[in-house]
Design a binder for this molecule. Structure first.
Ligand code: ZN
Length: 180
């Protein structure tokens, strides 16, 4: 790969997938939004290589596909028919949460939610509620990002627009649902 800024040759490790149990240190890289991030040795430009990427966790039962705009989002597309009809596959699909994300921020957030043992649908609901209660008229505010779970069970959100940090008490939002 060559640097788009200075044209120097840039070497970097390209990942198409990471399995959390096999590469626990790479999970950290994904959570920090640094997966497939190259840095030019000459001009120090950060180059985000946004190619299809799969993060899977057999331990926490989730798979997250990072697919940039315009790529297929139908998860089963590449699975052969005979495999799909196998009982094992059906069982696997039932137990594994499968998600598609379109940017690396969402990839990191989704992974952090699942690694924290939470249900992403509940988190999205809580975010929508917080957003609405703070600014009812605002249409496109998606600046709230799940930021972690405190030892006492509280979950917190970061506002990327830097306005505030919202903290939810422990309780209902931490519910998880099977078969999602
Ligand atoms: Zn460069």
């Amino acid at each position: 790969m060559s640097c788009p800024e200075c044209n120097a040759r840039v070497e970097f490790e390209h990942w198409e997938s990471v399995t959390t149990t096999l590469d626990p240190e790479m999970l950290r890289v994904v959570l920090e939004g640094r997966i497939n991030l190259a840095t030019c040795g000459k001009c120090e430009l950060s180059i985000y290589v946004d190619t299809p990427f799969l993060l899977s966790s057999p331990e926490n039962h989730y798979m997250i596909w990072f697919m940039t705009e315009g790529m297929p989002s139908e998860l089963d597309d590449d699975v052969p028919e005979f495999f799909k009809s196998a009982p094992k596959y059906q069982e696997y699909r039932q137990k594994t949460r499968m998600r598609v994300v379109r940017n690396r921020r969402d990839l990191a957030e989704k992974a952090l939610i699942f690694e924290s043992g939470l249900d992403d649908r509940v988190i999205e609901y809580v975010k929508a509620t917080l957003r609405f209660s703070r600014q009812p008229g605002r249409k496109h505010s998606d600046s709230l990002v799940f930021a972690g779970r405190l030892p006492d069970g509280k979950i917190w959100f970061d506002d990327l627009e830097g306005e505030e940090l919202a903290i939810m008490p422990p309780g209902a939002p931490t519910l998880t649902f099977p078969n999602c």
